[in-house]
Design a binder for this molecule. Structure first.
Ligand code: PGA
Length: 257
């Protein structure tokens, strides 16, 4: 089965709900049905804009997916400041980014936490985008593969084979995020291939063959085509460039470049 590419805009902590509406409108003017047919296109605004974007997507019948950037694993309770999977599902959120390196580095999320989030997302019929990736120090010390495999094992703990069709993995080398320094396509392809191979070892070859693995880290209009050319890269998780409607639309139209 051919894997449908998936391009996700991770807006991080940018755009209040009004700016978010404007950005989605500007993006939708620039895209046409062929773009949505070629790739699954998703935007992940901050929590405060999810409801507004859900309404816009429904009202204008946009074939755009809605993503969230984080979630807590409990369903409800005394967890001040947290947002539950059920709350996201009620807003028709389709994808939830789990274990982004900024959350791991700044908010202390470890592999066990990330695994809890992935399982909670799946339990609510949403799709996790499990982020993995090594730091520059780890890469230079030759530890990149081990780090990524540990993150995969923690993030996928308890995930059943039958659920793997809903899992997306994003390989995001930390040294490439927000730095303007993109991984070389062959390096991105190599690690995405290692990820696929590991999933094949843990599950089976068919699951690995269907798994969608994104690359993330300074994806721009200038480098998207060469990344998408890679055999193991099935899409992109885009930060900075997803805030510019021209740039993000160009990235979404990678098949025309
Ligand atoms: P960037 O961010 O495209 O700004 O490097 C990617 C990400 O963090 O998902």
């Amino acid at each position: 089965m051919a894997r449908t590419p998936i391009i996700v805009g991770n807006w991080k902590m940018h755009c209040d709900h009004l700016a978010a509406i404007q950005l989605v409108q500007q993006l939708s003017y620039r895209l046409d049905p062929k773009d949505y047919d070629t790739s699954e296109l998703v935007v992940a605004p901050p929590f405060t804009a999810l409801r507004s974007i859900q309404t816009l997507i429904q009202g204008d019948d946009l074939p755009l997916g809605l993503g969230a950037q984080n979630v807590f694993w409990e369903s409800e309770g005394a967890f001040t400041g947290e947002v539950s999977p059920a709350m996201l599902a009620a807003l028709h959120v389709a994808y939830v980014i789990c274990g982004h390196s900024e959350r791991r580095a700044m908010f202390g999320e470890d592999n066990q936490d990330v695994g809890r989030k992935v399982r909670a997302v799946l339990a609510h019929n949403m799709r996790p985008i499990l982020c993995v990736g090594e730091t520059l120090e780890q890469r230079e010390a030759g530890q990149a593969n081990d780090v990524v495999v540990r993150q995969l094992n923690g993030g996928l703990e308890g995930v059943q084979a039958a659920q793997m069709g809903d899992v997306v993995i994003a390989y995001e080398p930390v040294w490439a995020i927000g730095t303007g320094r993109t991984a070389l396509p062959q390096d991105a392809d190599e690690m995405c291939g290692i990820i696929r191979g590991h999933v094949g070892d843990v599950y089976d070859a068919a699951i690995a063959g269907d798994l969608r693995v994104q690359y993330g880290g300074s994806v721009k209009p200038a480098n998207i085509a060469s990344l998408m050319d890679c055999a193991h890269v099935d899409g992109a998780l885009v930060g900075g460039a997803s805030l510019d409607p021209d740039d993000f639309a160009t990235i979404c139209r990678w098949h025309r470049l």
